[in-house]
Design a protein around this ligand. Structure first.
Ligand code: ZN
Ligand code: ZN
Length: 142
Protein backbone atom coordinates (compact mmCIF):
# COMPACT_ATOMS: atom_id res chain seq x y z
CA UNK A 1 0.00 0.00 0.00
CA UNK A 2 1.28 3.45 -0.93
CA UNK A 3 1.15 6.17 1.72
CA UNK A 4 -0.18 4.18 4.69
CA UNK A 5 -1.29 6.08 7.78
CA UNK A 6 1.23 5.57 10.58
CA UNK A 7 0.07 3.41 13.48
CA UNK A 8 -3.05 2.04 11.75
CA UNK A 9 -1.61 -1.42 11.06
CA UNK A 10 -3.04 -4.03 13.39
CA UNK A 11 -5.90 -1.80 14.50
CA UNK A 12 -9.50 -1.95 13.33
CA UNK A 13 -11.80 0.90 12.43
CA UNK A 14 -15.59 0.77 12.29
CA UNK A 15 -17.99 2.85 10.30
CA UNK A 16 -21.26 2.93 8.46
CA UNK A 17 -23.65 4.86 6.28
CA UNK A 18 -25.94 7.71 7.31
CA UNK A 19 -29.02 5.57 7.97
CA UNK A 20 -27.16 2.75 9.73
CA UNK A 21 -28.19 0.07 7.22
CA UNK A 22 -24.58 -0.73 6.38
CA UNK A 23 -21.94 -1.20 9.06
CA UNK A 24 -18.37 -2.22 8.35
CA UNK A 25 -15.04 -2.85 9.99
CA UNK A 26 -11.72 -2.24 8.26
CA UNK A 27 -8.45 -3.66 9.58
CA UNK A 28 -5.42 -1.42 9.15
CA UNK A 29 -3.24 -0.34 7.56
CA UNK A 30 -5.34 2.48 6.19
CA UNK A 31 -4.13 4.69 3.37
CA UNK A 32 -3.90 8.44 3.70
CA UNK A 33 -6.75 10.37 2.08
CA UNK A 34 -6.54 11.06 -1.63
CA UNK A 35 -8.80 13.77 -3.04
CA UNK A 36 -10.26 13.11 -6.50
CA UNK A 37 -11.63 15.76 -8.83
CA UNK A 38 -12.63 13.53 -11.76
CA UNK A 39 -15.94 13.94 -13.57
CA UNK A 40 -17.24 10.62 -12.18
CA UNK A 41 -16.76 11.81 -8.60
CA UNK A 42 -18.39 15.16 -9.34
CA UNK A 43 -21.40 13.50 -10.96
CA UNK A 44 -21.84 10.92 -8.19
CA UNK A 45 -21.17 13.00 -5.10
CA UNK A 46 -21.74 16.58 -6.30
CA UNK A 47 -18.23 17.81 -5.60
CA UNK A 48 -14.74 16.37 -5.37
CA UNK A 49 -14.59 13.09 -3.47
CA UNK A 50 -11.92 11.96 -1.06
CA UNK A 51 -11.04 8.56 0.25
CA UNK A 52 -8.82 6.58 2.51
CA UNK A 53 -8.42 2.89 1.61
CA UNK A 54 -7.95 -0.55 3.12
CA UNK A 55 -7.12 -3.95 1.68
CA UNK A 56 -10.32 -5.51 0.32
CA UNK A 57 -9.86 -8.69 2.31
CA UNK A 58 -9.53 -6.72 5.54
CA UNK A 59 -13.04 -5.27 5.29
CA UNK A 60 -15.96 -7.10 6.89
CA UNK A 61 -19.66 -6.32 7.01
CA UNK A 62 -21.07 -6.19 10.51
CA UNK A 63 -24.78 -6.44 9.72
CA UNK A 64 -27.07 -8.10 7.22
CA UNK A 65 -26.59 -5.45 4.56
CA UNK A 66 -23.78 -4.85 2.11
CA UNK A 67 -23.27 -1.98 -0.28
CA UNK A 68 -24.76 -2.04 -3.73
CA UNK A 69 -22.03 -1.68 -6.37
CA UNK A 70 -22.40 0.58 -9.38
CA UNK A 71 -19.95 0.32 -12.25
CA UNK A 72 -18.92 3.93 -12.78
CA UNK A 73 -16.21 3.37 -15.39
CA UNK A 74 -14.48 0.58 -17.27
CA UNK A 75 -12.05 0.12 -14.40
CA UNK A 76 -13.99 0.83 -11.22
CA UNK A 77 -17.14 0.42 -9.16
CA UNK A 78 -18.72 2.54 -6.42
CA UNK A 79 -20.30 1.05 -3.33
CA UNK A 80 -23.24 2.86 -1.76
CA UNK A 81 -26.07 2.27 0.67
CA UNK A 82 -29.24 1.41 -1.26
CA UNK A 83 -31.35 2.91 1.55
CA UNK A 84 -29.79 6.33 2.21
CA UNK A 85 -27.54 6.62 -0.85
CA UNK A 86 -24.32 7.31 1.05
CA UNK A 87 -21.35 6.98 -1.31
CA UNK A 88 -18.83 5.17 0.83
CA UNK A 89 -16.69 2.84 -1.28
CA UNK A 90 -14.74 2.68 -4.52
CA UNK A 91 -12.81 -0.23 -5.93
CA UNK A 92 -10.69 -0.60 -9.03
CA UNK A 93 -10.71 -3.96 -10.71
CA UNK A 94 -6.92 -4.06 -10.90
CA UNK A 95 -6.11 -3.26 -7.27
CA UNK A 96 -6.59 -5.21 -4.00
CA UNK A 97 -7.76 -2.05 -2.22
CA UNK A 98 -11.18 -0.62 -1.46
CA UNK A 99 -11.34 3.14 -1.06
CA UNK A 100 -13.37 4.28 1.92
CA UNK A 101 -14.87 7.76 2.31
CA UNK A 102 -13.37 9.39 5.42
CA UNK A 103 -16.81 10.46 6.62
CA UNK A 104 -18.00 6.84 6.63
CA UNK A 105 -15.76 6.05 9.60
CA UNK A 106 -17.28 6.60 13.04
CA UNK A 107 -14.15 8.61 13.79
CA UNK A 108 -11.69 9.71 11.12
CA UNK A 109 -9.27 11.66 13.29
CA UNK A 110 -6.52 9.15 12.49
CA UNK A 111 -6.48 10.17 8.82
CA UNK A 112 -4.53 12.82 6.94
CA UNK A 113 -4.76 14.04 3.33
CA UNK A 114 -1.76 13.10 1.21
CA UNK A 115 -2.64 14.47 -2.21
CA UNK A 116 -5.07 14.81 -5.08
CA UNK A 117 -5.72 13.47 -8.55
CA UNK A 118 -7.39 14.85 -11.69
CA UNK A 119 -7.05 18.46 -10.60
CA UNK A 120 -7.09 19.45 -14.29
CA UNK A 121 -10.60 17.95 -14.67
CA UNK A 122 -12.17 20.15 -12.00
CA UNK A 123 -14.30 23.13 -13.08
CA UNK A 124 -12.92 26.58 -12.37
CA UNK A 125 -14.97 27.23 -9.22
CA UNK A 126 -12.68 25.16 -6.98
CA UNK A 127 -11.64 24.54 -4.26
CA UNK A 128 -8.91 22.32 -5.55
CA UNK A 129 -6.20 22.41 -2.92
CA UNK A 130 -3.28 24.26 -4.46
CA UNK A 131 -1.21 23.13 -1.51
CA UNK A 132 -1.82 19.42 -2.19
CA UNK A 133 0.58 17.23 -4.14
CA UNK A 134 -0.64 16.03 -7.55
CA UNK A 135 -0.49 12.22 -7.61
CA UNK A 136 -1.96 11.41 -11.03
CA UNK A 137 0.85 9.12 -12.17
CA UNK A 138 -0.66 5.76 -11.26
CA UNK A 139 -4.26 6.53 -12.26
CA UNK A 140 -5.95 5.96 -15.61
CA UNK A 141 -5.67 8.93 -17.97
CA UNK A 142 -8.87 10.92 -18.29
ZN1 ZN B 1 -27.69 3.94 4.65
ZN1 ZN C 1 -12.80 10.59 -9.03
Amino acid sequence: MDRPVADTEGRSFEGGCHCGNIRFKAEGPLRQILMCHCSDCLKLTGTSWGASAAYADSISWLGESQPRWYRSSQWAERGFCPECGAQMFYRRRDLPLVSIAPGAFDSSEMLTVSGQIYRHAHPSWGPCGDDLADLDDTYPKR
